[in-house]
Every structure is written in C-alpha cells, then in structure tokens.
Design a protein around this ligand. Structure first.
Ligand code: ATR
Length: 270
C-alpha cells in the first residue's frame, strides 16, 4: 500500500519539506505521498493522536510543535533527548519514535562547505535559543569541543555554557576576540526579516579565512552574511536539505540524492 508521510506545524504552507522529500521518494520509485498538515494550536492533541491512529508512516515536525509532540510519542531517540525537541517521527513495531535531525543536518552541511573543519576548530555560536542549543549538542556529540556561545542576553549564553561545559562570552567580548574563531554560526532570528539591517555581532575583527554560517535561508543572504564579504560562507539551505536527508534515511534506510534535493529546492526559489 502507498505510504503517507507528512510535515506538521503552523504555518506549513511555505514549507520546502514536501518538495524535497517527494523528490527523494520519486527518484527511488518508492510509492509514497508526503503532505503538509497545518495544525491549529487548540487541535494539537487530537491531531497528534490522529496521525498515529491513521498509521502515518512518518512525519516531520516543525514550529511550534517540536516539544509539544514529545509526550505523545512511544519512544525518544538520543538525538531528540539531547536536543529536547523532535523534528522527525518514524512508525516502528515499537510505536512512534521521535528523532531530531537538525543537528546532524547542520554538521553534514558544515562539513560539505567548510573543508578545513576539524574537531580542533574553534567555533563561535551566536544565539542561545532552541536553534543554538540543537546545534551545540550535536557539535558536542560529534566531538567538537572548542565552542563559545555569545548572545544578546548574556545570562542565557552563560546558562547554556554551564550546562554543556563550553565557554560563554558577551557580544562585546566575542567581537573583540573574533580573530580566535575558525567558524562562526549565526542562529538568531535577526536577519529573517529582509529589512533587518542590524548585525547580531560586530564583524570588524573577522579573520579573512573564518567560515561564516547563518542558519537563515530566507532571505538567501542576510545582512550578516553580506557583512562577511569574501569570507567562505553558507546560508541555512544546506542544513535544511541535510536534515531532510537524515530524516529520509531514518524512514527508508536509504541516503537520498542530495543534488536532486537541492535542484528541487532551487526550482521553488530557495
Ligand atoms: P530559536 O528556536 O529560533 O532559536 P528562540 O529559542 O526564541 O528561537 O531564540 C531566539 C534567539 O535569537 C535568542 O538567542 C535571542 O536572543 P535573546 O536571548 O537575547 O532574546 C536571539 N534574538 C532574537 N531576536 C534578536 C535580535 N533582534 N537581536 C539579537 N538577538 C536576537
């Protein structure tokens, strides 16, 4: 029987997931449909139970349900336990199991674009919210240790740093010590609005060879990435593609064709 996969969230209308997942199923001639379900906050409990009752083969979870889904699942994989958030669910003989592929997706994308990256690389993370935390725990699990977190609200960076054993710095100190870092990862939402021209961190002391990553993919080039000028850099599209690839592999056991996924995303204007 044709299997059904889904993405749930609110909103999901502009989600790229249906496009990039369907292209993977089709390329492998796997009979499956991948559909977006927009779920209203007051219907979330019924919707989560409904997905399970319908026997959906797997689904992605996007904002604002990445944490809310967790109590409804039958098991939580280590990746989701560490991130304390689920973005991928798989139907198994043991019920519905929650995973988080965002962190692994980020690391795949960083390795693909930043060839000099090693576990000795010094990494500065800007932001201390959910996205920063997901990336931090994935980097730590993958053996990266030389990590500093900086954030507008420095106490949040300090809390996260203490909980995970990394360093924290104020934006001022991070900006003054910028030459120390081989890689900078921008995880805040500043830049999502195309009119955002303020930078989350002063880049005056940026080294010319420092790799700059911004998790935002829309707009394709934030003011922050623009300010990094001719530095090696990436936006968040790679992470988006790779987190989807890791989810596809969890569902099917097959690593999909990344180039086909990128081409499908580009066709949609991403
Ligand atoms: P997400 O899940 O996308 O990480 P979040 O958990 O709400 O969202 O975290 C938002 C992050 O973006 C925080 O680090 C926040 O900084 P504060 O802790 O100081 O609020 C950061 N952020 C949001 N808007 C920002 C802005 N205008 N300037 C700088 N940082 C901003």
């Amino acid at each position: 029987m044709k299997k059904t996969y889904a993405v749930i969230g609110q909103p999901v209308g502009h989600s790229i997931s249906p496009t990039i997942q369907q292209v993977c199923f089709d390329a492998l001639a796997i009979e499956a449909a991948y559909v977006p379900f927009e779920i209203a906050a007051e219907k979330q409990a019924d919707a989560f139970k409904g997905l399970k009752a319908l026997g959906i083969a797997g689904f992605n979870v996007t904002a604002p349900y990445k944490e809310a889904i967790m109590p409804y699942l039958d098991g939580i994989d280590e990746s989701a336990r560490l991130a304390q958030a689920v973005n991928t669910v798989k139907q198994t003989d043991a019920g519905y199991i929650g995973y988080n592929t965002d962190g692994a997706g980020f690391i795949h994308s960083l390795k693909a674009d930043f060839k000099q990256l090693t576990t000795a690389s010094t990494i500065l993370i800007i932001g201390a919210g959910g996205a920063a935390k997901g990336i931090l725990v994935a980097l730590l699990a993958a053996g990266y240790r030389r990590i500093t977190i900086t954030n507008r609200t420095v106490s949040k960076a300090e809390q996260l740093a203490i909980a995970t054993g990394v360093e924290a710095a104020s934006l001022t100190v991070a900006a003054a010590q910028l030459e120390q870092f081989d890689c900078i990862v921008q995880t805040t939402s500043l830049g999502m609005n195309p009119t955002d021209d303020q930078l989350p961190l002063d880049l005056t002391r940026l080294r010319a060879d420092t790799f700059v990553s911004d998790l935002i993919y829309n707009p394709q080039e934030t003011a922050f990435l623009k300010a990094a000028q001719s530095n090696p850099k990436q936006n968040g599209l790679g992470m988006l593609i790779y987190q989807a690839a890791v989810a596809f592999e969890i569902w099917t056991g097959i690593w999909p064709d990344i180039d086909k996924m990128i081409a499908a995303a580009n066709e949609k204007g991403f």
